[in-house]
Write a protein that binds this ligand. Structure first.
Ligand SMILES: NC(=O)c1ccc[n+]([C@@H]2O[C@H](COP(=O)([O-])OP(=O)(O)OC[C@H]3O[C@@H](n4cnc5c(N)ncnc54)[C@H](O)[C@@H]3O)[C@@H](O)[C@H]2O)c1
Ligand SMILES: O=C(O)C[C@H](O)C(=O)O
Length: 346
């Protein structure tokens, strides 16, 4: 059928996929990646899938949803990009969708309506993510698990518990996406300084809800040189960015396009790490011993195993230290909510 080197590679790849432990069912240093988007028919899922299609490092894109996903996949299959794309629908196809993936991005679940908190989504979204992560534990235990679904602060610790129950938890590979907070901070500060947001560097640490979102303005590059009042109002706008969009969309959903942009930026650094390239620092909500909250977002760098290094807390000024204390308390409560949810289901 084929000769020499091609045949050897084919046989080696099949041997690895069928004989290695499930942890290793993906080729560690491969150049082409398998990525699944769960919740792919949704407001974030659709634009994110389009961005993934455009990413030439991705050769196999799997889209999963409980409705409408065959149409989304058919639509994307007309794009002149090299990736193959398949739509898989319903609980019966979730395991097939995530099998042997390098990266699984979870955007499945309800979005907030005006007046709701993110934590009010936990009841429904917790169960959706739990089912997805269970499938990942069984079929793709070596994958990078990227959680967009809210409330991130509680759902990521919950996902860690599910992976622990299946004895496949690797804290270097489980991420809550907080990139949208960084993207917002860069944009709002860029607008204020009248420079491109791509020139703004600022760590946004903590979690992804209200005052757990901590933009560290004192470490902004270039420096802000703004009044305390102005800095405080920018911090509030970053912390309430989600509400700003929900209001502007008049009850028809929350941030989707900016979130797809942010999730693609996060996946981009993960893929760079997987390829062995040097990665820029990117913050994400991960298991952490940097504060007393055992999940916390700080700047990270990445390699083929996921997190290469947690760069820890940046220098904080007095008011940032105060804000940190209160964020840690709130995060501890959310973390407990997530962990208890799994323990109660046992
Ligand atoms: N981390 C962040 O910064 C951030 C930013 C924006 C939105 N979000 C969150 O992302 C989630 C999705 O937001 P959206 O605007 O795309 O919502 P959406 O309602 O437009 O899309 C969600 C999709 O998930 C699908 N879905 C529901 N249950 C599923 C299941 N069991 N398996 C597979 N798919 C399932 C739905 O059919 C729908 O297509 C929400 O929880 C939202 O709060 C997070
Ligand atoms: O605010 C939301 O509910 C969506 C998202 O978390 C956001 O920050 O835009």
């Amino acid at each position: 059928m084929f000769g020499g080197r091609t045949k050897c590679l084919f046989l080696a790849k099949n041997y690895l996929c069928s004989h290695r432990s499930p942890f290793r069912c993906h080729l560690q240093l491969q150049r082409n990646f398998r990525v699944a988007v769960i919740g792919a028919s949704g407001g974030i899922g659709q634009p994110l899938s389009l961005l993934m299609m455009k990413d030439h490092r991705i050769k196999d894109l799997r889209l999963h949803d409980v409705q409408g996903v065959k149409g989304v996949a058919a639509d994307l299959s007309h794009v002149s990009a090299p990736a193959s794309v398949r739509g898989m629908q319903g609980p019966e196809e979730i395991e097939k969708a995530v099998e042997c993936c390098d990266v699984v991005v979870i955007t499945a679940g309800l979005a907030r309506k005006p007046g709701m908190t993110r934590e009010q989504l936990f009841e429904v979204n917790g169960n959706i993510v739990m089912a997805t992560v269970t499938a990942i534990a069984k079929k793709s235990p070596g994958a990078m698990v990227v959680i967009v679904t809210n409330p991130v602060n509680a759902i990521v610790p919950m996902a860690a518990e599910v992976l622990k129950q299946h004895k496949v938890y690797d804290p270097k590979r489980l991420f809550g996406v907080t990139t949208l907070d960084c993207v917002r901070a860069e944009r709002f500060i860029g607008d204020y300084l009248k420079i491109s947001p791509t020139k703004v560097k600022i760590p946004v640490i903590g979690g992804h809800a209200g005052t757990t979102i901590l933009p560290i303005m004192s470490q902004c590059q270039p420096p802000l040189n703004a009044s305390q009042e102005c800095i405080e109002s920018m911090i509030k706008r970053i912390q309430n960015g989600g509400e700003e969009i929900i209001k502007a969309k008049e009850g028809k959903g929350s941030a989707t396009l900016s979130m797809a942009f942010a999730a693609h930026r996060f996946v981009d650094v993960l893929l760079k790490g997987l390829k062995g390239e040097k990665t820029p620092l990117e913050c994400a909500y991960v298991e952490s011993n940097v504060t007393e909250a055992c999940f916390f977002a700080t700047p990270l760098s990445f390699n083929k195993n996921g997190i290469a290094k947690n760069h820890g807390l940046p220098c904080l000024d007095k008011s940032e230290k105060e804000a940190l204390k209160s964020a840690v308390k709130q995060l501890q409560q959310s973390i407990e909510l997530g962990i208890n949810h799994v323990k109660c289901k046992k």
